[in-house]
Write a new protein. Structure first.
Length: 398
């Protein structure tokens, strides 16, 4: 037997998207998840995600799609523009995602908030804390928290993102070493920006970067900058990160100077590296990983949030099918690893689109955008691996 009795006590580290999704499905099966989040409140900021595919199916089964649609947007087009703002080319949402009735663009933090609300306060949430030490044996995991408290659980699941502390503690500091793809991502919002293009994402690129502008409700605008950067990453300090962006984008055309000026009055600011995590296994004993902690596909893949929900759903289903956590972890990995690897492999080739290295890559990127409206070209350019191909198991049930 993997645990005593029918109810599992499971610590989930991270209250973003993967963690609350996993908690929701474990609750449905009658188990006792606990969430711990190192931030003092549920996170704000981040970027818009195009939410579709199997992740959308999971959201439907959770009953949260109406609220996602209320908070989200139905963007119809991604439009590449030149220095004068004129259209170079565009791609319709339907060309990449197929059935647009199962698609919504939504701020990542809004998606996380909707998922957390679905828990209906049924989960113990520990804020401003994290795991300091893990000690496991055949029967349980002893957890020492950074706050000094100690508790024991049947399982611990790391849902704490790309820079997962659980992964370092359980797998070793070098396990799944982060593969940096040479691009940093910044996303921020402000109010009252002078230009608006509703339901269209505008994209402008020069050698070394891409700048995206998206008009939101209530006179808000989101800016997303993808910047090629081969040197040391700046410290976890918004001032240093913004200084890097201003330096790298000095002299850029289109609206980039105005976009940079908005950083100083942004409501939120997000900055991170475009990186991947590749592990041969997503578990070690009684400790498992989910979402970016297990297999970050990188910002370039464009489906990290939806994939995190799929992983959490499948992991919950497998844990609830078996009284052997080892078998459940193995089936979870076996079912999803090929899909995740295909997403990661596809993302490796997309640096050209997000931050062209040279003028030849910029030419290829712009030429591809000009052709995206032609029949079948979107499949060839974006790759069929962006279409999910997975049959979800039956949901966990009590």
């Amino acid at each position: 037997m993997s645990w005593t009795g029918g109810v599992m006590r499971i610590l989930i580290v991270g209250a973003g998207i993967a963690g609350p999704t996993l908690a929701y499905w474990l609750l449905q099966a009658g188990h006792e998840p606990t969430l711990v989040e190192r931030a003092p409140e549920l996170r704000r900021g981040g970027y818009l995600v195009d939410f579709w595919g199997a992740g959308f199916d999971v959201a439907e089964r959770m009953g949260i799609v109406p609220e996602l649609r209320r908070r989200g947007y139905a963007f119809t087009e991604g439009r590449a523009v030149g220095p004068d703002g004129r259209r170079i080319g565009s791609v319709k949402t339907s060309a990449i995602m197929g059935a647009v009735e199962k698609y919504v663009s939504i701020a990542r933090t809004d998606l996380a908030a909707v998922i957390y609300t679905a828990l209906q306060d049924r989960v113990d949430l520990l804020l401003d804390d994290t795991v300091a030490r893990l000690e496991q044996d055949e029967h349980e995991v002893r957890v020492v928290f950074a706050s000094g408290g100690e508790r024991t659980f049947d399982l611990v699941i790391g849902a704490d993102g790309l820079h997962s502390r659980v992964r370092r503690l359980a797998f070793g500091p070098d396990a799944g070493a982060e593969k940096y793809l040479g691009i940093v991502i910044a996303a921020y919002e402000s109010r009252g920006y002078g230009f608006r293009d509703d339901l269209v994402a505008l994209m402008y690129a020069e050698v070394g970067f891409q700048a995206v502008r998206v008009s939101l409700r209530e006179d808000r605008t989101m800016f997303v900058l993808s910047v090629r950067h081969d040197g040391p990453l700046p410290p976890d300090d918004p001032a240093a990160q913004q200084a890097l962006l201003r330096d790298r984008l000095a002299g850029a055309g289109w609206e980039v100077p105005a976009m940079l000026a908005e950083m100083s009055r942004a409501d939120t600011f997000y900055f991170d590296a475009a990186s991947q995590i590749r592990l041969p296994s997503w578990s070690r004993g009684r400790v498992g990983l989910v979402g970016d902690a297990a297999a970050c596909p990188s910002f370039l893949a464009g489906q990290g949030s939806a994939l995190a929900m799929v992983e959490s759903y499948v992991l919950a289903a497998e844990l609830c099918r078996s009284n052997d956590h080892r078998a459940a972890f193995a089936r979870y990995h076996e079912m999803l690893a090929p899909l995740i690897r295909s997403k990661q492999d596809a993302a490796m080739s997309l640096g050209t689109a997000f931050a062209p290295k040279n003028r030849r890559q910029l030419f290829v990127r712009n030429a591809a955008m000009r052709m995206m409206g032609l029949p079948k070209v979107a499949d060839l350019v974006m790759g069929r691996s962006f279409r999910d191909a997975i049959e979800l198991p039956e949901p966990a049930a009590a």
